[in-house]
Structure formats: C-alpha cells, structure tokens
Ligand binder design. Structure first.
Ligand code: HEC
Ligand code: HEC
Length: 339
C-alpha cells in the first residue's frame, strides 16, 4: 500500500482538474485514484489514546448482554460481526412500535466518523456509547445501574485496572473502552483497494467502467467521497419518508437539512441490504434506479440529486464496482465473559 502523500496529493488535485478540463485525464487515472488511498493508521483522540488493554475491555463490554437491564441485549445483538457489524434487519430489535424507527448502521470504520447517528446527534464514539445503553427500546438501563452491576463482577475490576491503572468503574471509562474497541474495526483490504494500490488485475474491466460512471455520469462521488466513500455530511436524497432526520436538530429554515440523513459509507455493504436509514431498499439495482430518477423533488432535496439515465449494462457495471468495495467479513474471536 502506498503511503498517503498529503501535499503532493493536493498538487495532484489541481493538476487533475486542469487535465480533465483539457480532456487528457480519464477517471481511474492515478491522480483521481489517490483520493481513495486508505490511511496508514487508526485515528484516536488525544483524550482517549488507543491501548491494547482498553480495546480488550471495550470488546468484552461490547459483547456483554449484562449492559442491558434484562441481561438479554449486547451492542453486538445489533452490531453483529455476522452482519457486517449491523443486524441485517430493516427495523432494529425492539423498535417495532417506535415511530420512524431507523435501521442499524454498521460500526465499521467508526474511528473516522465526525458525526454519529443518522442525524449526527452524537459528536464522538465516547458520547454515543451512553445512548444505546439508556434508550428504553434498546438496552433500557441507566448508567448508575450498569456501573453497580459491573462493580460486582471481579473479572471486570481486573480488566478496568489493566486498562486504566486502578479498578474504579465509571461512565467515562466504560465509554472510552467501548469507543476504543470500535476504533479497531476497520474494513479489510478490498479488491478496489488493491486496484488503487496499483494491481490492475484486482478488479474487472466492467467494474472499472462502473467506477468511471460513479465519478462522472452518475456523480455519486459528489457525496460518497474518499476511501470511506462518504463526505460525513447530510443530504435529502428524495426518499419517501416521514422522518425529517437532521431537520429535527436544526431550525426549520435550514431547508437543505429537512429529510437529510448522513451519507453512509459504501464499503462492505450487505449484498441484499437493507439499505438507507429506513431500510426501504433491498438491492443495489433498486438504489441506482432511485438515483437515476432523482427521488422526490422537494425544497430540501440536495442540488446534487440530478436525474440521469443509465443503460442496463451501465447500471450493472456501477453495481459491480460497488461490490469491489467489499473486503469480506472481519473475523473476531468472541471474548470470554468475566465472572
Ligand atoms: C437495539 C439495537 C441496537 C443496540 C443494542 C445498539 N445499537 Fe448502536 N445503533 C442502533 C441504531 C438503530 C443506530 C442508529 C440510530 C439513529 O441514527 O437514530 C445505532 C447507531 C450506532 C452508532 C453510530 C454509527 C454511525 O454510523 O453513526 C454507533 C457507534 C453505535 N450504534 C454503537 C453502539 C454501541 C457501542 C452499543 C452498545 C453499548 C450499541 N450501539 C447498541 C442500534 C443498536
Ligand atoms: C446528494 C448526495 C448523494 C449522492 C449524489 C449519492 N448519494 Fe448515495 N447516499 C446519500 C445519502 C445521504 C444516503 C442515505 C440516505 C438516507 O438513508 O436517507 C445514501 C445512501 C446510499 C446507499 C445505501 C447505503 C446504506 O448503507 O444504506 C447506497 C448503496 C448509495 N447511497 C449509493 C449511491 C450511488 C451508487 C450513487 C450514484 C448513483 C449515490 N449514492 C449518489 C447521499 C448521496
């Protein structure tokens, strides 16, 4: 894997637009490919540096159903390694009667998230971790209850001491450990990554044509950018939904945020969905056809949602390209539950 040459990379962008304007550069040429280079390491904030001991503790907590009031639900119930760290469901367990329930997003590559949840209402993995534990239709517990329960488990006192220097258990340490473990969940190298790194045979000629459509005619790259294929921003892509998403977090006059949801990554997608915040689409073909039509034309719809038309063959190559972003399931050894 080539290292990311940050400054040179900026230079290349300029060169690319100049060359593209001159009609010299096609999508898939080196300059364009550098925008998709994977980072060399994992990001972690200075207030919670990544350590092996915190990761071990966080992994144990992530798989432990005792973090829920009735002891039946762990984070991994909904963010399961068997379902690409989501749950494979349209509506999460327990949310059947919740109005505008949202689909469970993956926690893969969450080290790079700048806004969490479909509407961005959490600012960090540390802040997010309290929400599922205390949400009534999820783990339905309270932090003092979780802390008291963990304090009674000798094995946890040992794990906390190894991670933080002493056996004290509090909300900050629980959320720091959960965040640390999640930061280690990084997509495996995919065929697309091998191609970007220079292996021409890593993806098929038709997937390469699909990538060119992704960058040009279909303009998916307007929102699905960088190695994670997201701009970490929010858009209304014209879906039929009652949920106003980010609109509920900002004043109503912020038109473009009504019905807006966070752009999800396109890496390691489950083959048959469900896709979108409400799990309403079950195939990539259906997703691409939605973008071709452009969705509901309302005031909030993103200006990047411009209808276009693909031939059947083009649509297939675009889907084939998206499938090259799949690095395969990330294997984990399930942790032993402390007593
Ligand atoms: C009942 C299912 C369920 C459980 C249990 C659950 N989650 Fe989630 N998780 C969700 C759903 C649904 C969302 C999206 C909610 C939204 O956007 O409104 C989500 C969102 C997230 C996100 C944000 C991802 C992103 O792309 O923004 C993270 C991180 C996360 N959960 C971690 C956890 C952790 C850590 C636990 C355990 C403490 C946990 N979850 C337990 C269903 C669940
Ligand atoms: C205007 C920005 C924008 C453009 C352009 C765009 N997307 Fe998206 N994409 C999003 C957002 C935002 C979502 C989530 C929408 C929601 O759930 O309400 C999304 C969701 C998806 C999903 C579902 C992923 C998941 O985990 O549920 C796929 C697949 C996808 N887009 C592929 C594409 C393709 C292919 C194109 C080009 C044809 C494209 N997108 C163009 C912003 C965009």
């Amino acid at each position: 894997m080539r290292a990311r040459p940050a400054l040179r990379f900026m230079g290349l962008i300029l060169t690319l637009s100049m060359l593209t304007a001159a009609g010299v550069v096609r999508a898939g040429d080196t300059a364009s490919k550098d925008a998709y280079l994977r980072p060399d390491g994992i990001l972690s904030p200075s207030y919670n540096p990544l350590t092996a001991e915190k990761v071990t503790l966080g992994k144990t907590l992530f798989f432990d159903a005792r973090l829920s009031r009735d002891g039946k639900m762990s984070c991994a119930t909904c963010h399961s390694p068997d379902h690409r760290w989501s749950d494979g469901r349209i509506i999460p367990l327990g949310s059947e009667n919740v109005p505008n329930a949202r689909r469970t997003p993956t926690v893969l590559n969450s080290a790079w998230l700048t806004a969490l949840m479909w509407d961005g209402r959490a600012g960090s993995l540390e802040a997010q971790a309290v929400l599922p534990i205390t949400t009534p239709h999820e783990m339905n517990f309270d932090m003092p209850g979780v802390i008291a329960r963990l304090q009674n488990i000798q094995g946890y006192r040992t794990l906390f001491a190894e991670a933080f220097g002493n056996a004290d258990i509090d909300q900050k340490r629980i959320t720091q450990a959960l965040a640390s473990f999640q930061r280690t969940l990084v997509s495996n190298i995919s065929p697309f990554d091998r191609w970007i790194a220079g292996d021409e045979g890593a993806i098929s000629a038709s997937a390469k044509r699909g990538f060119a459509l992704f960058e040009n005619k279909a303009k998916c790259v307007a929102c699905h950018k960088s190695w994670r294929f997201t701009d970490d921003s929010f858009h209304d892509i014209g879906l039929r939904t009652e949920d106003i998403g980010r609109g509920a977090k900002v004043p109503p006059q912020v038109t473009l945020m009504q019905y807006a949801f966070k752009t999800p990554s396109l890496r390691d997608l489950p083959i048959n969905g469900p896709y979108m915040h409400d799990g309403a689409m079950l195939s990539l073909d259906e997703v691409v056809r939605h973008y071709e039509k452009g969705g509901i034309a309302r005031k909030s719809r993103s200006l990047e949602m411009k209808p276009f038309e693909l031939t059947d063959e083009e649509r297939q190559t675009l889907v084939e390209f998206i499938k090259t972003l799949d690095g395969g399931a990330l294997k984990v050894d399930y942790p032993r539950m402390p007593e």
